[in-house]
Design a protein around this ligand. Structure first.
Ligand SMILES: *[C@@H]1O[C@H](CO)[C@@H](O)[C@H](O)[C@H]1NC(C)=O
Ligand SMILES: *[C@@H]1O[C@H](CO)[C@@H](O)[C@H](O)[C@H]1NC(C)=O
Ligand SMILES: *[C@@H]1O[C@H](CO)[C@@H](O)[C@H](O)[C@H]1NC(C)=O
Ligand SMILES: *[C@@H]1O[C@H](CO)[C@@H](O)[C@H](O)[C@H]1NC(C)=O
Ligand SMILES: *[C@@H]1O[C@H](CO)[C@@H](O)[C@H](O)[C@H]1NC(C)=O
Length: 459
């Protein structure tokens, strides 16, 4: 493309620009020397117009374009050039607390990601944070189109959308090979993987045992984290407080995906602040006679214990079958049980919090997401797996002592916001928390470490 000749930079990556976003290098001017800010800004504006027009003319192989970036860049440049100017048009200006983080999102061929969206469940089910985070990053203020100024590189591969025709669950057998193929692609097409051996690259692994990519813990543990990802950062729902082979990688524990629209629908249709007529609620798989699957029992038999002991107790509303309207049951409940399944975490954690039902976490050693902002000990009850038989007694004591305190804490909007992924990043929401966690790992950023070396040298 003729455009490349006009680029003010000759580090030799422009041959790759075909793969990148067309407006990419415009971004480049932002962080430069402030003496030239206004001059740069004018230049930027005219280049924008020029590039945008050329883009309209020359565009023939366009990847999907994020909307609205062009307009917000202008305002961000202004705001950054004048610290005293109050934030205006953007609802998301927590940028300061993100330490000016910049993330480059690889534009991979659709077979790695968007092809899967032809099944609409792909962006909605409990593992869909892999889709949601990608989507939100595309229009985020932290996104950069210039990989040379990026702190982190996001590799968008969707591995949880190959739903089994037999049971409807995601089959993740292809996860390792699809990710390996994506890494192969980015490491041969771009210099960034090799220069850091992937340590500033970010993946999402949202299923049961994170980047071990298997539903059964013993198989997951035996397989371990793929060699190719071990140096990178993995955003995963799986997390335990003890040592575990499936978290032997730099990782951030994220919440399971629950669609904010479904929560909103439920809130609109239920008297969430009204009377809660169910005392203890659980709906989900509770095996009467759990099978021994290579030495392990589903839910370590905890759910079977719950069923055996409390089915028939009228304080407990226990259901073993799926029901589309089960969020409305959560909205009617005081306590919502969140026992482990194969993995310790469950989507109920998020649904309970979002709908104001006190989560009762029964999953020894679980590490809960974003614990620096979500004060889990103040909004939930933890019951040890071995104490599950005493559940009624434990909850009666809470009801008699601190239930209303817990409910009040639970209703803090900041907590609910932190657990939900929105299509566009909103300050404090789940993707924002991910970005915040990344901004705490800037020592892994090749760019940031170079900048600080430069500063050392200058002073
Ligand atoms: C920058 O700050 C000064 C002083 O507070 C103000 O007068 C000026 O309008 C601001 N400029 C912009 C571009 O916001
Ligand atoms: C999807 O899963 C099925 C098994 O359910 C498997 O045969 C098929 O190869 C998988 N597709 C991909 C692209 O991995
Ligand atoms: C990165 O390293 C791999 C393996 O050594 C090599 O095949 C590949 O060409 C390198 N990529 C680049 C962009 O140099
Ligand atoms: C479960 O099966 C394994 C073999 O797969 C066996 O070694 C183990 O003793 C069984 N455990 C129980 C509690 O039945
Ligand atoms: C509520 O009381 C229980 C003991 O009954 C205690 O374990 C828990 O930490 C208390 N929670 C809060 C938020 O005070």
């Amino acid at each position: 493309m003729a455009l490349h000749k006009t680029a003010p930079n000759s580090r030799g990556y422009y041959v790759k620009m075909k793969l990148l976003h067309k407006h990419g290098r415009l971004h480049h001017h932002q962080e430069k020397n402030c003496f030239y800010k206004y001059y740069k800004w004018l230049l930027w504006l005219s280049l924008s117009l020029y590039f945008f027009t050329s883009y309209l003319i020359s565009n023939n192989n366009t990847p999907k374009q994020p909307p609205s970036l062009k307009t917000t860049h202008g305002s961000r440049t202004l705001i950054e050039s004048n610290n005293t100017a109050p934030p205006q048009s953007l609802n998301y200006l927590g940028h300061g607390s993100l330490k000016n983080l910049k993330v480059f999102v690889y534009d991979l061929p659709p077979k790695y990601n968007t092809d899967w969206l032809s099944n609409e469940r792909c962006s909605k089910h409990l593992f869909a944070s892999e889709v949601a985070i990608h989507r939100a990053l595309l229009t985020s203020e932290v996104r950069t189109f210039d990989p040379y100024e990026a702190d982190f590189f996001f590799v968008p591969v969707y591995v949880s959308c190959n739903f089994s025709t037999i049971n409807g669950f995601p089959a993740i057998g292809h996860a390792r090979s699809l990710i390996a193929s994506a890494v192969n692609l980015v490491s041969s097409e771009y210099p960034f993987w090799n220069r850091s051996r992937g340590s500033d690259h970010v993946f999402v692994a949202s299923h049961d045992f994170g980047s071990c990519f298997h539903t059964l813990e013993d198989v997951a543990v035996a397989d371990g984290v793929p060699e190719i990802m071990r140096n990178s950062i993995v955003l995963q729902t799986f997390g335990v407080v003890h040592d575990h082979p499936c978290q032997k990688v730099e990782h951030v524990v994220i919440p399971p995906y629950i669609s904010p629209e479904s929560v909103q629908d439920t809130m609109d249709n239920s008297p969430v602040n009204g009377r809660r007529d169910i005392w203890v609620f659980f709906r989900g798989k509770m095996e009467l006679h759990p099978k021994n699957v290579s030495g392990r029992f589903y839910s370590k038999k905890v759910r079977t214990m719950i069923w055996r002991k409390f089915n028939g107790d009228r304080r407990f509303y226990l259901q073993r079958h799926r029901f589309a309207g089960y969020q409305s049951e959560i909205a009617r409940s005081v306590f919502c049980l969140c026992p482990l399944g194969w993995a310790p975490w469950s989507p109920r954690l998020v649904e309970s919090v979002a709908l104001g039902c006190v989560p009762v976490v029964i999953a020894d050693g679980i590490q809960l997401p974003f614990s620096s902002v979500v004060k889990w000990s103040e909004i939930s009850i933890t019951v040890a797996e071995k104490d599950v038989g005493r559940l009624a007694e434990i909850l009666e004591r809470v009801a008699a002592t601190n239930l209303s305190t817990i409910q009040k804490n639970l209703w803090d909007p900041a907590t609910r916001r932190a657990l939900l992924f929105n299509n566009q990043v909103g300050e404090g929401d789940a993707t924002w928390q991910v970005l915040h966690a990344l901004s705490e790992k800037l020592e892994r950023s090749y760019r940031a470490s170079r900048v600080s070396r430069q500063l050392d040298f200058d002073t």
